[in-house]
Design a protein around this ligand. Structure first.
Ligand SMILES: [Zn+2]
Ligand SMILES: [Zn+2]
Length: 195
């Protein structure tokens, strides 16, 4: 199992900067691996269901090996600093909530040890202090059951009858005898060709 600092360094490379959110995500991911007695997910053995789309999610992705591309990262936008980790192997799942007390603890340790200073050495030393905070001090941990998240599937693509672009068949809509992609069917899309 990767140690906190190693995992955090890897997460920082992925995320682009070092921030408290990333620290929370990395700690959450490490706690989940411990609870599930698992190593990082190579394929989709572990599914992470995150309840926000903050910096913490990047920490979770790196530590747990959950990603959008593999289909084992699901987002339920509840706006809470919480995530559930499900093991396909054992069927076990744990929901971890970063608590208010955990927040107070983390931020007091971070500020006491100089994380918010401009001194890079102090910031790094501060991270070592984070390792001494226990999972129970940071998170409320619940054993939960979740409906088995569907495994990612490779689906066939078909050409949209209007724009002709290849589209995953399950995401096409039948409209007046034509098979249309979502933007053609709804006449709504997020872009317009620049003139
Ligand atoms: Zn960040
Ligand atoms: Zn189309």
């Amino acid at each position: 199992m990767p140690r906190f600092l190693e995992a955090l360094a890897e997460a920082e490379r992925f995320h682009g900067h070092l921030c408290p959110g990333l620290v929370i995500g990395v700690r959450m991911g490490l706690a989940a691996l411990k609870l599930l007695e698992s190593s990082r997910s190579k394929d989709e053995e572990i599914v992470a269901i995150v309840e926000n789309d903050s910096c913490a999610v990047d920490g979770i992705q790196v530590v747990v090996g959950a990603s959008l591309g593999k289909g084992n990262l699901l987002v339920e936008k509840y706006g809470k600093m919480a995530a559930t980790f499900y093991s396909r192997k054992t069927g076990e799942a744990y929901r971890l909530l970063f608590t208010q007390e955990g927040g107070k603890k983390l931020f007091s340790v971070l500020s006491e040890t100089g994380f918010f200073s401009q001194d890079e050495c102090a910031r790094r030393r501060s991270l070592e202090a984070i390792e001494n905070i226990s999972d129970d001090e940071l998170f409320k941990i619940q054993k939960v059951t979740v409906m088995t998240p569907p495994q990612a599937q490779i689906r066939k693509s078909v050409a949209c009858d209007e724009c002709g672009e290849l589209t995953m068949e399950t995401l096409t809509l039948a409209v007046n005898g034509k098979l249309l992609c979502i933007p053609c069917a709804t006449r709504k899309r997020y872009y317009e060709p620049a003139s």
